[in-house]
Design a protein around this ligand. Structure first.
Ligand SMILES: Nc1ncnc2c1ncn2[C@@H]1O[C@H](COP(=O)(O)OP(=O)(O)OP(=O)(O)O)[C@@H](O)[C@H]1O
Ligand SMILES: [Mg+2]
Length: 357
């Protein structure tokens, strides 16, 4: 891995409030890395520090091994697209895109060549002469993207650039961003609190929680191997089954009268004290009769069925009012299933994760 940006023990305080608590992260050259987390978790604070808008209270940010702390924003050579980052209203699309080249003293011919290429890249052909107020919201965002990419920045910082757009437009621009990322090879740092967006677009995701990074990894790894209950519940839907303090990895565990769970394959998550089992809805299997397996079986009563097209969400409860959610494929679905019925659920031992509660 070639480290493009190294964030080392970054800490940021606003008065007595600690918005970033000693964050460290290596960002690889050319990767698409997403900051994902709840509102107020510090995503924009770190992005602003990288952009150079806000100095860190402590810690350092290295680019290609050199400390960029002393550099003002315009000397960092980073492109930026922020939500509502206004275009110049009196300039055409082409002139908006050309602006940063003009500032950098790029010749007229070269400007024209690069602007035309950007206009094509973001799909604004035929709109270059228009003023921003004659563009749709999505077209304005594309223009902002073109403006940020035209001077070929080595790093592009994007803070929720799609959040003001409707769903269809957002999905279309997500695909476009991914394809632009592939074509340009630029390092993308993308901020969102939309987990679907993060899972669909990123090479890696950093999950933020209360000013710290909880976990960094590939989308599928974070989804399958969350290392904390926060990450498990933040990404997608997760069933959480409390085990009590006696559960140990490698042993068959009897959690009260509720559950016999063989958890030895879950030792990737070390645990202390009380723990929980975390199981994805699509990893639970629904049975009409009690399955033969001795472990990982619970009685289950159906409380609600939610049709979702290709799958059905089955909500219900196990004894002791333990809520469970299953996602069952529509193909082969038990069409007799109805609210109020008693069934069984089971899961295979490799599908449950043991996490600290
Ligand atoms: N200039 C500031 N002065 C004081 N507090 C600030 C300032 N900027 C941010 N904060 C606080 O720091 C915390 C982190 O803010 P930040 O903007 O990084 O959150 P975020 O993760 O980007 O959230 P969102 O998803 O809502 O954009 C918040 O509690 C915020 O109120
Ligand atoms: Mg923010």
């Amino acid at each position: 891995m070639v480290v493009h940006l190294a964030i080392m023990n970054a800490r940021k305080c606003f008065g007595a409030f600690e918005a970033l608590r000693s964050v460290s992260l290596d960002i690889e050259k050319g990767e698409f890395l997403t900051f994902l987390g709840p509102s107020g978790s510090g995503k924009s604070t770190l992005l602003n520090a990288i952009a150079g808008f806000e100095p860190l209270t402590q810690g350092r940010i290295l680019k290609d091994g050199g400390d960029i702390g002393p550099l003002p924003p315009d000397k960092r050579n980073f492109g930026m697209v922020f939500q509502g980052y206004a275009l110049f209203p009196h300039l055409s699309v082409a002139d908006n895109i050309a602006f940063s080249l003009k500032v950098r003293g790029v010749s007229r011919d070269e400007r024209e060549r690069r602007v035309n290429r950007m206009v094509d890249l973001v799909g604004l052909g035929g709109h270059a002469h228009k003023r921003p107020n004659a563009l749709s919201g999505g077209q304005q965002q594309r223009c902002a993207l073109a403006r940020a990419l035209v001077f070929e920045p080595e790093l592009l910082l994007l803070d929720e650039p799609l959040s003001a757009l409707d769903k269809n437009l957002r999905e279309q621009l997500q695909d476009e961003l991914v394809s632009i990322h592939q074509r340009t090879g630029t390092t993308f740092l993308f901020v969102t609190h939309d987990q679907g967006e993060a899972l669909a677009m990123s090479d890696r995701i950093a999950i933020f929680n209360k000013g710290a990074i909880e976990q960094v990894g590939r989308p599928d790894d974070l989804y399958d191997w969350p290392n904390s209950r926060f990450v498990a519940e933040f990404l997608g839907t997760m069933n959480i089954i409390p085990l009590g303090p006696s559960a140990n990895a490698g042993e068959t565990c009897h959690a009260g009268f509720r559950l016999e769970a063989d958890i030895e394959t879950c030792s990737r998550s070390a645990t202390t004290g009380a723990s929980v089992l975390a199981i994805r809805p699509e990893r639970l299997t629904l049975h009409r009769h009690r399955p033969e397996a001795a472990a990982n079986v619970l009685p289950f009563r159906v409380d609600a069925l939610v049709f979702q097209g290709s799958s059905v969400i089955v909500k219900g409860s196990a004894p002791d009012q333990l809520p469970l959610t299953l996602s069952v494929a529509r193909v082969g679905f038990d069409e007799d299933l109805a609210v109020g019925q008693d069934r069984w659920v089971s899961w295979s031992r490799s599908d449950a994760r043991l996490l600290e509660s």
